[in-house]
Design a protein. Sequence first.
Length: 452
Amino acid sequence: MARKPVNPLAEALKQSLDYEELTNCMRCGFCQPACPTFTETGIEAASPRGRIALMKAVADGLMEPDQAFKDQLDLCLGCRACEPVCPSDVKYGHLLEQARDTIEEYAEHRPQVKLVRTVMLKHVFPKQKLMKLVGAGLATYQKSGLRWVARNAGIMKLFPENLRQMERILPDATPRGVVERIGEHYPAKGEPIARVAMFRGCLMDVLFTETNVNTVKLLSEAGFEVVIPRTQNCCGALHAHSGEQELARELARKNIRAFREAGVDYIVSNAGGCGALLMEYDHLLKDDPAYAEDAKWFAERVKDVSEMLYDIGRVPSFREPGMNNGEEKALTITYQDSCHLRNVMRASNAPRKLMREVKNVRYVELKNADKCCGSAGTYNLVQPEMSTQILDHKMEHVKATDARYLLTSNPGCLLQMKLGIERESISGSMQALHLVDFLYDRLEKKETGATS
């Protein structure tokens, strides 16, 4: 009797997947109501429980990792909302990354896809100088008249609708990041509480430079001496979520060296997606004897800026501009959680507490704020149909708040919320902002100890 040919991917998955973690799943179903793709489809295989069952079936040799198997893993947003509600504490996110990393080793991409992945993941995102060139190129496109030509000459119609929509809501780019704006060191106002290092990010420092600058100034106002290590690089989150684990580890090692040399008490992130991976550097490098201890040191010090401001620092005084207590109608705001800030960093309370510190502002809790908005890194680019479906349902709840400002704590979420506002044609009555920018604009005293 002829032996069944060995499937190399199936064998590799058996070796890479944490079998003990797979068997920890009790199939209780608590994860299903928390899962956006299960909520949208109602399909068992599109839930965390279902995907774990698929992975275990492959590991047990009961099924082949065919295209349908890969498609279900690709459909997952990686929001990890299943983890906080899991009674068995299954690390679903780690299983997903193990599977995607192994699948990527055997993937056969179309030439154009392979080229884009190679250029962006291996050469652009990891290198700050190239990111600055991206910022310069985008800034030229936005300010030279090329954007007007592209939109009015019909050039943008050559692109898919989701890319056309994203182009419309991109913020102004710049090659001058936070270090170029305010330097590598920023003093604390008053008696220093701690010395902290700011993680500036890659895209964050190109598209949201003002948010990075405002982050540093808020930290200074709250009593922190801030340093910005120049040799830091991309956190590696996009790589880890795209099946490029070894590239993520390489970036992690460089960041650990940069921040360890800075001699800081805390490492501060203002992007939930970045902060979540930074906090898991110890897991990422657990099998690297040269970096395991330093990775643990690093991970233990990662905090979101909201935690630093509210839980550790001296909370600044905030007031809505032009309003006096009780004299005008309070401004209504709401908040969309960053999935990784909430589900991995477990820091959903500090942002809400800070918002309630702003005088003359009425905070309205967004229904299902803990559900993913559909951004999820590059998900809205590679899974536009599901991403848009999730976003449109999210916007139904957003509009119900009647808020003037829709706040969030992650650049991807912020762009997705801007896209939702654009799609709903409500930009005249609602604006999406990063929490940091909203707070900085409402500081009662703007003197921050240095000039920008």
